[in-house]
Design a protein. Sequence first.
Lengths: 353, 275, 284
Amino acid sequence: MAFLEISHLHKRFAGHTAVHDFSIAIEAGEFVTFLGPSGCGKTTILRMLAGFEAPSAGSMVFDGVDVTQVPTRARQVGMVFQSYALFPNMTVAQNIGFGLKLAGVERSASAARVREMLELIKLDDLGTRYPWQLSGGQQQRVALARALANRPKVLLLDEPLSALDAKIRLTLREDIRALQRTLGITTVFVTHDQEEAMSVSDRIVVLNDGRVEQTGTPAQIYNFPHTRFVASFIGTLNQLHGEVLRAQSGEVRLADQTLVCAQLPAGTPPGQACVLALRPEAIRLGGAGGPGRNVLHAVVEEISFLGSIVRIRTRVGAQQLSLDVFNDPNQALPARGAAVALEFDSAHLLALA
Amino acid sequence: MSAARPAARPPQGVRASRWGAWLALALGSSYFLLPLLATFEFSLRMQRGVYSFEAYRIVLSDPLFQSTFSYSIVMALLTIVVGALLVVPTAYWVHLRLPRLRPLVEFITLLPLVIPAIVIVYGYLRMYNSSALIPLTGSATATDFLLMCSYVTLSLPYMYRAVDTGLRSIDVRTLTEAAEVLGASRYVILRSVIFPNIRAAILSGAFLTFAVVLGEFTMASLLDRPSFGPYLQLVGANRAYEPSALAVIAFLATWASMGLIQLFGRSAHTRPGPT
Amino acid sequence: MQGKTLDLSLLGVVPFLAFALLFMLLPTAYLMLGAFQDAQGAFTLANVAGLFEPAVLEAYAISFKISLASTAIAGVLGFALAWATVLGRLPGWIRPTITTFSGVASNFAGVPLAFAFLATLGRMGLVTLLLRNCCGINIYATGFSILSFFGLTLSYLYFQIPLMLLIITPALDGLKTEWREACACLGGSSLQYWRLIAIPVLAPSLLGALLLLFANAFGAVATAYALTGSSLNIVPILLYAQIRGDVLHNPNLGYAMALGMIVITGLANAGYMLLRSRADRRLR
């Protein structure tokens, strides 16, 4: 049995259902992210895990114990909030030691643990400061230390980086991941930022409108999205409208050109419209094609210099297609209006549901 | 795995606190509504054995009631007008040109809440009596003027706060600059651009002032003016049932003012912002 | 040029400052000056000393007691009501109704309030009669009277409780729900949350509100006068009588009393503002 067993969780609010039949098994020490746009239900699920909301149906088992009816304070979860939620009337050290104090831990042991946590979050000298004297990033670290001090079974993080500056966000998310690895604590992370999700997670659950769209490792989700939603939510993606020619051979028609697509559902009738997905980085300029390779003829519309990447936007018939090439000062880029040949693997052209 | 559960009930603690809240509310409501009910009930008892509006009839037909009530209403209106004329340009100026003076101005507007009314009027009597530099208690009109000034002072905190909030919610600087570019003078800007946009704020301050002036007793009685407050006290000292009728009337007038404040206050928020 | 623009700008606030000077600052200052003068106008501290005479001191003592009593009770009850409104998870229409009503009730001081309480708990009041007729309790037999210290305190509560509610509600709004949730995650019960987090955070606001309530009660005249006439000798009543008819036979003593009042209400308000800024800074 997995460490965290969540089965058939439902949540209905007056009028609408926020979460439909959510189930997942999370292993001990795993870092799982719930990813999705606002209103997709990810925070609701997290709050049910914490015990702030009671599920309309379903159950949650933490480490073999059914906690569905257990109040929050008995669940042994640690929670980090988007707004840090540090207690303003206590110093950093008192904040971190609060859970220990409530548990009746003896003073010297508690102090030692607080010192240990402060070292872990690299804020050794700030124990006597008050929350309002700290920056946002520092406050969030303290919040993290506070949540972990009591050695909870599960760590829950509710969009902890959304309120921080971009640069702090990057360093802090790496610190969180490093800390999580060191302590080996089972973690559930909620965010709407797909890049964030992909960089730190062992597994990602993509949610939309209360339902799970796809669950998998970051690489799986990115390279093999199952649905249009997942494909467009993760990374940038070209979505093209085409027509099925022959399902068995995977032939599709796109603006008078024939391409081969790797995974076309077998029974699809010819003539049926379909949506084709292609990642910009999967496309190469020029090239003569070959077995398993597609060649698409397009006209260059716009070239954007984005630093390390150059994004070339092309037009195929009435549709647009973007591709990314690495910046190379020695390489000549096509001019606007030039005809180019775009080459990519059949396996990278996906038909989406 | 556990079977599906019935529709969720909020956790135990939440339910308990909700019961506590209702209890507190019930007790509070009874304390606050009971005197109002009792007053109303008492006011109906004028005729022995039967409930009637006799007390109200007597009160409303009392010429003294009519004169003092209208006196107070006129006073209130004058106070509102003078108060608005004093506060609006000042608040506008401080917003636009003199932000450094803001703490001082705000402190001054809060003084009437610190200095008790009785002390203020005591100061007036000492400083503006017949033997002083500026005699203002000599004639009825002059004393009326003094009373009005005291009311303006009393209403300053409310008026200023309302106007200040209103100014904050519109972008004063941009509106002024736009009007200046179009050639408007300072006076025209105030009249045609600023005033209309903070009308709701001024009105809400006005209704509060109205409620305050109507029931005011201390200043009117010490300055010996025939306003509604001293009249109420007089009736209370001499009659049994009429005071309750008056109290109900006064309360309804205050409630109506407050209701209008809420109404105008809300419309201020739903106004579209400046483009 | 720079100097000229500055001058013209200041002109805009001259009417206001002139008004404030003429009708607030100068009269009050003049009054306070009079507290340190004798009948001939020479400087003296005798009036201030006169404040400690038994008659005046007793007035201050009673004023203090009433203000303290009404503040303490209104503090607790007002806080309870505010908690119910803000955190009690009641239906949405309750809070605006309570707020409006508090706005009205906090201004319902003075003569009408006195009438209302006479109609409720006076000798022929509704509640008095109800208690006598259906429960056989004659409250006046126990020595209770609405025209007493206790009765006055009870009526003061009518505008003190709403005032407390109006002042403390923003502070309660400032209590983030995340704090309660974080406390629960860390193993804390509701009681522990209130004891260790919420009350300490609210403490400056609570104290400040109590100070404001005290100042408010101390300066109230009309209700007391209407209810007790001159029988209950609180400072404002004494001052009122002094202004009207120089009962102390010493006008300068009257000024000293006014000075005493301003000092007390001034200190209380200063304390309130200090605590307010402390609370704001913490909860930033």
